[in-house]
Design a protein around this ligand. Structure first.
Ligand SMILES: [Zn+2]
Length: 152
C-alpha cells in the first residue's frame, strides 16, 4: 500500500517516535508549525475521517493520544495544554495531530482567557483548521440554523 504512515509503521521511512504501543504510534511531524507537533496513528490502516471509525477504534486512539499530549505538556517548557486536531486531508490514514500550545502554562495553572487577533472567516476549507472566534452572529440566524440542523 502506498501510504506514508503505513510505511512508517513498517519502518520503511525514517520517523521519530515519541510513544508507541502494540496498536498505536506517535511520531514528530516532519513539517511542524511549532516545536514538537506530533502525529498519532493507529498502526492498522483506516481511512482518514475520524468520525467514520468504529467507536472502539476512535476511543482507543483518543485515549492513546491523551497520554501523548500529557507527555508533551510535561516535556515542553511553558506548555500547559496541547491541542488535538483531526483533519485528514494531508494523508488518508486516520491521525490525530497534537500541537503543544506554548505560553499556556500559567493560564492552565490559574485559568485565564487567551484571545486570538485573527480576523478571518472561512467560506471553505483551506487545508487547515483554525479555532479562532470571528464576529458575533445574529441570534435569529443561529436559532434558524440550529433548528434546521436538528430537524434534518
Ligand atoms: Zn496507512
Amino acid at each position: 500500500m502506498n501510504c506514508i504512515f503505513c510505511k512508517m509503521v513498517n519502518k520503511e521511512i525514517e520517523h521519530h517516535i515519541v510513544a508507541e504501543d502494540e496498536k498505536f504510534l506517535a511520531f514528530l511531524s516532519l513539517y511542524p508549525n511549532t516545536r514538537g507537533v506530533t502525529v498519532v496513528i493507529p498502526k492498522q490502516h483506516f481511512s482518514s475521517y475520524a468520525f467514520d471509525l468504529d467507536d472502539s477504534v476512535l476511543c482507543d486512539l483518543i485515549k492513546f493520544t491523551k497520554q501523548v499530549a500529557k507527555k508533551l505538556d510535561h516535556y515542553f517548557d511553558d506548555v500547559g495544554r496541547t491541542a488535538m486536531v483531526f483533519e485528514g486531508f494531508g494523508v488518508d490514514h486516520v491521525h490525530a495531530k497534537l500541537f503543544p500550545m506554548y505560553g499556556t502554562a500559567k493560564a492552565q495553572e490559574h485559568w485565564q482567557c487567551i484571545k486570538s487577533s485573527v480576523d478571518h472567516y472561512f467560506e471553505q476549507y483551506e487545508g487547515y483548521i483554525s479555532s479562532h472566534d470571528y464576529k458575533q452572529v445574529d441570534h435569529i440566524d443561529l436559532a434558524n440554523l440550529a433548528r434546521h440542523i436538528r430537524e434534518n
